[in-house]
Design a protein around this ligand. Structure first.
Ligand code: CTP
Length: 475
């Protein structure tokens, strides 16, 4: 039920209200803070609207608190004050903005917009659930101002826009992505007229900066069930604008008796599976990309059916260009590449014979990411046949058990060759050179193949026995 009054517990907001009273300014909390408060969540980002000059008001709040770390965004007419963590609680982040008549767009390059009333300001926000204000002035502290019935929308769990959706999206097309993000994050539905506008205006996302789009995309990926947001993006035709490689996963081809399953739907299932057990957004990204090269490698083989040979390797090579284009942090490329490249390997063991040497190789190649690889692999079991799933999971558990045994013995995750580079150089009379690496690899291969045990003396003996051949065979 819609409330007239909210019990705001944050004492700082009362002080801010009194300060506004002294200056004769009307001030309110708005946006995500109010929305999440009404949804019973704890929030640390607080958006404060002052009817007047938001930056100046931010400055007086910083003065009142004896703070010198207020950051001003002159172009946007906003100010931000980050407070420190306290007693294990994350610090509050206060953002000040003046009420505006024009669109509220934090990243607009447009200079300061025209000063407006609170109602003007709320009308230019993205969704009605984000356009609820609560007064901070002492006379009506905690009073809710909700001209667009945002509280009703919160109860119905629906995303509507305060104005005609075409106008709201035209003000800032990023809001199309935000609609999918909030739907996925909060498990809300998008009102039909809003969805239609998103559908017809999706191409407008091309004028929005990649950083802002990727930020929303990662929030979709981080949501409890990312398939909700991705499916909406797909249904609205937005995914081909934002993430064309993922759009290409959709579709099924039928040839005689053979059909291949829709890789997009399969990927969504894998993504939801993995999201039940991890909040690591890069592991989720690996799940999204694990079959990304299937469309490129798809071939029909007579008598066999559809094949996707090499999709794991080609897929791994697609990761970096995707990260570059989407301006995602490149430090995670190696991890995602590795998981995409290796995603079939554990299953190859599950389906085949679990030899010590194959297990060792997998542990060696995956290194410290082995657990994440196994999580991805388990999430990749999506057959609709429960008996088959059961059987594959049982085999999978056997592989995991075997891996534990092998790992406990030789600690492959953090494995170092038992004969170090210096010793190789001394024994073989070499200077630092490529040959040292070649000899080291020869030892590693012999250990992985089980030719020699993972021990120093055996490795040294092996080195002595092969060094002539290896060095003599070098170009
Ligand atoms: N806003 C908007 N249009 C945008 C971005 C933001 O109208 N393109 C408004 C909304 O009222 C929003 C508020 O600015 O609630 C704050 O924006 P932001 O911090 O990005 O989102 P929150 O709603 O606070 O949600 P979250 O913290 O989960 O990102």
């Amino acid at each position: 039920m819609a409330v007239q009054q909210i019990d705001i517990k944050e004492p700082l907001l009362k002080r801010i209200g009194s300060l506004a009273d002294e200056g004769g300014i009307r001030t309110f909390v708005v946006g995500g803070y109010v929305r999440d408060l009404l949804l019973g969540k704890t929030v640390t980002d607080i958006d404060i609207v002052a009817v007047g000059n938001g930056m100046e008001f931010g400055k007086s709040v910083a003065r009142m608190m004896g703070r010198s770390n207020l950051v001003l965004f002159e172009n946007f007419g906003t100010a931000m004050l980050q407070l420190e963590d306290e007693a294990g609680m994350p610090g509050l982040k206060l953002e000040f903005v003046g009420a505006r008549k024009e669109s509220y767009n934090k990243s607009s390059r447009k200079p300061l917009v025209e000063v407006g009333t609170l109602e003007d300001d709320l009308a230019r926000r993205d969704f009605t659930v984000n356009a609820i204000a609560v007064s901070l002035n002492a006379a009506d502290f905690g009073t809710v101002i909700d001209p667009f019935h945002g509280q009703g929308a919160l109860e119905e769990r629906v995303l509507r826009t305060p104005l005609d959706p075409g106008v709201t999206f035209d003000d800032d097309p990023l809001r199309i992505m935000r609609a999918f993000r909030f739907a996925s994050q909060l498990d809300f539905v998008i009102a039909p007229s809003v969805f239609q506008a998103a559908q017809s205006m999706g191409e407008r996302l091309k004028i929005v900066s990649q950083e802002r789009i990727s930020d929303e995309f990662l929030k979709i990926l981080s949501s409890p069930k990312p398939s909700v947001g991705l499916k909406l993006m797909f249904d609205a035709g937005v995914i081909k604008v934002v993430f064309p490689e993922v759009a290409l996963l959709a579709g099924v081809d039928q040839r005689r008796d053979y059909h291949h399953k829709d890789v997009f739907l399969h990927t969504l299932k894998v993504l939801d599976n993995i999201s039940e057990g991890t909040t690591n957004v890069w592991l989720r990204m690996a799940a999204l990309l694990h079959d990304i090269a299937k469309p490129k490698t798809k071939a029909f083989k007579e008598g066999i059916g559809w094949t996707f040979h090499g999709h794991e390797e080609l897929g791994a090579r697609m990761v970096k260009p995707i990260f570059r284009r989407m301006k995602l942090p490149l430090e995670h490329v190696g991890y995602v590449e590795k998981l995409v490249r290796l995603h079939l390997r554990p299953m190859a063991l599950v389906d085949g014979e679990v030899t010590d040497s194959a297990v060792r190789r997998l542990l060696f190649d995956a290194g410290e990411d082995i657990d994440d690889l196994m999580t991805l692999c388990r999430s990749d079991i999506t057959s609709k046949n429960p008996r088959l799933v059961e059987q594959v999971r049982t085999n999978y558990d056997l592989v995991v058990q075997k891996m534990q045994e092998v790992e406990e013995k030789d600690h492959w995750r953090t494995w170092q060759p038992p004969v170090k580079g210096e010793e190789i150089m001394a024994v073989c009379g070499l200077q630092p050179s490529k040959m040292v690496g070649i000899l080291k690899s020869a030892i590693t291969e012999a250990i992985l193949d089980g030719v020699i045990p993972n021990e120093h003396d055996a490795a040294l003996e092996y080195l002595l026995s092969v060094k002539e051949d290896v060095m003599g065979g070098a170009p």
